[in-house]
Ligand binder design. Structure first.
Ligand code: NAP
Length: 256
């Protein structure tokens, strides 16, 4: 008997096998959830298709650039037709132009700010709004954040501002969706070596810093993010909503 038996979920943000979304999707699937996946642009299609084929040839895989309302609508229309309902949504998507992730936050252009906030923060609201009518049996919406939302992390810049907006969105969405038993939470992950992370200047140094300074003296493992993602999706977390849960080997408690 799996913890998520009978649950239907949709996953946004698998780029490759190192993606945090992939670690969480695997944990959800192992416990019985039936999952659909999306990818951004044709460039990733083949890669993601190969990965998700592990879940069976009938696994739904659709394109979805989260800045495109028409693509979001198409995904949820297809989910409605196939399953008629939805229980789980994973939002594991973020982007900022590379030049905005080096140098000073002060120099962030209006366009870089707009793109970063649209892709990395607004998209959660857009997806939650599209998912809510399908979550008729209650549900769990999960997103990924980072400590740069709360404190200054050099080079994280506009992405920190986007994550702050994302975390505030988690709270407002949790309030709006609570009456229909839909919970909304974020995992604030310690650094993990993924495609998106490599776009942040000085990322390798960041990994070393966490290893030296965090109470557990190491970096978080993807499967540990998967385990927390599973907990938050399961009935064990039935009374947890609007929260940002740190899964960072304790780094967030440190003052120095
Ligand atoms: P990842 O594997 O590169 O995943 C990021 C995903 O976002 C990719 O699938 C990417 O697709 C997608 N994406 C970007 N723009 C998009 C758009 N317009 N529409 C749809 N999808 C889009 O990296 P990750 O580290 O697992 O990132 C997942 C989440 O975890 C992000 O929110 C990230 O900020 C967060 N996080 C990461 C770390 C870390 O250290 N890795 C720590 C804390 C939080 P493309 O490849 O096509 O752009």
């Amino acid at each position: 008997m799996g913890l998520l038996d009978g649950k239907i979920g949709v996953v946004f943000g698998v780029a490759n096998k190192r993606s945090i979304a992939w670690a969480i999707a695997q944990a959800w699937a192992r416990e019985g959830a039936r999952l659909a996946f999306t990818y951004q642009g044709e460039r990733l299609k083949e890669n993601v298709a190969e990965l998700v084929s592990a879940f069976g040839s009938d696994t739904l895989l659709m394109p979805c650039d989260v800045t495109r309302d028409d693509q979001i609508e198409a995904v949820f229309q297809e989910l409605r037709q196939r399953h008629g309902r939805l229980h789980l949504l994973l939002h594991s998507v973020a982007f900022a132009p590379r030049e905005a992730l080096e140098g000073r936050y002060l120099d962030t252009s209006r366009e870089a700010f707009r793109v970063a906030l649209d892709v990395s923060a607004y998209s959660l609201t857009a997806l939650a709004r599209a998912a809510a009518p399908l979550m008729t049996e209650g549900g769990s919406i999960l997103t990924l954040s980072y400590y740069g939302a709360e404190k200054v992390v050099p080079h994280y810049n506009v992405m920190g501002v986007a994550k702050a907006a994302l975390e505030a969105s988690v709270r407002y969405l949790a309030y709006d969706l609570g009456p229909q038993r839909v919970r909304v939470n974020a995992i604030s992950a310690g650094p993990v070596n993924t495609l998106a992370a490599r776009g942040i200047s000085g990322f390798t140094e960041m990994l070393r810093h966490y290893e030296a300074k965090s109470p557990l003296r190491r970096n978080v493992l993807p499967e540990e993010l998967g385990a927390t993602g599973l907990f938050l999706a399961s009935d064990g977390a039935a009374a947890i909503t609007g929260q940002v849960i740190y899964v960072d080997c304790g780094y967030q408690i440190m003052g120095m």
